[in-house]
Design a protein around this ligand. Structure first.
Ligand code: SAH
Ligand code: SF4
Length: 390
């Protein structure tokens, strides 16, 4: 695996013969406009049409002038990916299966909670990192999403609630890059999409409410600090390297101490000294949920600026992992809370539509046939199966 390297992008411009403006950050859109002989300030107008008003037809961009509208109609487009299905859970969670060019499917989930609306966005079709308890990892890696396909998930979600209309309360208040894929392995496109999420001419969401979750691609995390100041979440899942090597294989390359040091470097570059990293810890019965794990975790993180988010494991068909009992979760929580940490337990939302963390693969096509091999227990998956290993 090559951390931070991007796979070649299927250039949507080439596929459709037009440039897709949907995923262009303000800087890129300005460059594009200059390249066709227009003034850069037009970018702000176009961004507002696309991301504030939800307009995908240049004809409706009435403050642009006839000639520019006609020119854009010829050479450009605003093209979101295609929604294949939309499901609503009894608890208000909404999940979409989204088809991207080339045929891959990804999923996006909207979770309303106490006045907040959190959108969980995917960054890749599949994932190459193969964490042992994650259904996306079992699917294998297909390709990176383009910036248009990433921000397109936000655009489609807002449109599905008919919430582009001016004056309506904001529906998507928070974005978490916690859907399918490892965002730091699709660096440039994720950074462009996140800049649109935070841009006042885009979605105007504060950096505190845009969170990137990573399993720990350390060099890319350092690069992120150069260009962005979004909130950070790390998928730790184990209090020591021996156990994390099994659950999150990238740990063999970038062990815990290196990951935590990179997080501290990231925080040190932020102007706001009070920011913390969210440590995600998926609790798996009899794997990483014992009290000694909780104590070891408390020791590991005692000087690390963080809050801890415990995620009870969400089962999926090809996994032998189990969710711990409520009392086991609460005992784990208690140890960390007594040690002085702010600890939340992620409630499972949208279970009736398979929208919980790690269940996103759902009906997504398994192009690589890896899960079949996994079921048979041969090939690389015999080794990736946690229960056998631990
Ligand atoms: N690739 C990124 C972001 C996507 S996963 C990352 O790994 O951080 C979002 C979170 O859900 C991660 O913490 C991931 O480890 C966790 N997760 C994956 N599968 C899960 C499952 N089956 N049950 C509970 N959490 C899971
Ligand atoms: Fe990839 Fe994250 Fe799943 Fe690991 S947990 S396989 S990094 S999506």
């Amino acid at each position: 695996m090559q951390p931070a390297a991007s796979t070649p992008q299927p250039a949507e411009a080439q596929v459709a013969g037009r440039v897709n403006l949907l995923g262009m950050s303000r800087g890129k859109l300005e460059q594009f406009l200059v390249s066709i002989g227009e003034k850069p300030f037009r970018a702000q107008q176009i961004l507002k049409w696309i991301h504030h008003a939800g307009v995908d037809d240049f004809e409706q961009m009435t403050n642009l002038g006839k000639n520019l509208r006609a020119r854009l109609q010829e050479i450009a487009e605003v093209r979101p990916p295609e929604i294949v299905s939309q499901k609503d859970s009894a608890d208000g969670t909404r999940k979409w299966a989204i088809r991207v060019s080339g045929g891959g499917l990804v999923e996006t989930v909207f979770i309303p909670d106490n006045g907040r609306g959190t959108l969980c966005v995917s960054s890749q079709v599949g994932c190459s990192l193969d964490c042992s308890f994650c259904s996306t990892g079992k699917q294998g890696f297909q390709r990176d999403l383009t910036a248009a396909e990433i921000i397109g998930q936000v655009w489609l979600a807002i449109r599905s609630f008919d919430a582009f209309t001016a004056g309506k309360d904001r529906v998507v208040t928070n974005v978490v890059m916690m859907g399918m894929g490892e965002p730091l392995l699709n660096f440039d496109n994720v950074v462009d999409a996140m800049s649109l999420m935070m841009d006042d001419f885009g979605y105007g969401i504060s950096k505190r409410r845009v969170t990137l979750s990573t399993s720990g691609v350390v060099p890319a995390l350092d690069r992120l600090g150069d260009v962005s100041d979004v909130s950070l979440a790390i998928s730790l899942h184990a209090p020591n390297d021996a156990l994390r090597n099994e659950l999150v294989p990238i740990n063999r390359k970038y062990p815990i101490a290196e990951l935590l040091a990179a997080c501290e470097r990231y925080l040190a570059r932020q102007s706001d000294r009070h920011r913390v990293v969210t440590v995600e810890y998926t609790l798996i019965a009899d794997v990483n949920d014992r009290l000694e794990h909780a104590r070891e975790l408390a020791q590991l993180l005692k000087d690390f600026p963080c809050k801890i988010n415990l995620i009870p494991f969400n089962p999926f068909p090809l996994s032998d992992c189990r969710r711990p009992s409520k009392s086991a979760i609460s005992r784990f929580w208690q140890v960390l809370t007594d040690a002085g940490f702010v600890v939340t337990v992620r409630t499972t939302r949208g279970e009736d539509i398979d929208a919980a963390c790690g269940q996103l693969v759902g009906q997504v096509a398994d192009r690589t046939r890896r899960s079949e091999r996994y079921r048979r227990g041969d090939g690389e998956f015999a080794e990736a199966e946690p229960v056998r290993l631990l």
